[in-house]
Design a protein around this ligand. Sequence first.
Ligand code: PGA
Length: 247
Amino acid sequence: MVKLMRIIVEEDYQSMSKKAALLVAGQVLLKADTVLGLATGSTPLGMYKELVRMYQEGEVDFSAVKTFNLDEYYLLPPDDLQSYHYFMQENFFKHINIRAENIHLPDGMAADIEEECMQYEKAIEASGGIDLQVLGIGENGHIGFNEPAESLNVYTGLVNLTEETIKVNSRFFSSMEEVPQKALTVGMGTILKARRIILLASGEKKAKAIRDTVCGQVTTQVPSSFLQLHPDVTLILDQAAASLIVD
Ligand code: PGA
């Protein structure tokens, strides 16, 4: 079958991370005031580490870059060790020369969540839109926290996490009760409006979701399958994540 997505398969996690970092750095070299859409999770950690190294060695400059993260847990304060605000500071922002005012994440503590989501969309638009969106993928095909469902959200909003996602996320919390059941996430429309998208996946656990993303029907039950509708998507996979893709 004809596959519309560009697919890069790397030997292992390390080289996948390096490739992803090169693509992000390349984007910033081409356009110093790039607007990046960023993801959290275990998968992009290696990419952030490599970008920090490149910054430290003077290979990339983030001083004019703006960032918008995909999601944040509902009602988790930014200094909570499990919040995505904290994750981004610890793993990326505090190590590079990005300006604090250029960093954006949805605020899961906002008093008026609906207003917060609307303002987040407006801020993305006012920045000129996302030039390069970095995505991970859930084992169930979620992107951001757009979970499999009868219908998908177009815009940023508050969503219920699926049981499967709550279980997967629980590995970072000390008890099941502490795992947030809701999150703010940019919508599918917001993601698909990005000019370029790269999606990273590593490990056997992601192989089925990747197969469905690339070779399956476009369905709300696999939100990542909607990436087939986007003209500029690159998947960066390790061999395990790519293992179920059929030619
Ligand atoms: P992971 O999460 O990188 O920790 O596997 C990805 C996701 O759920 O989007």
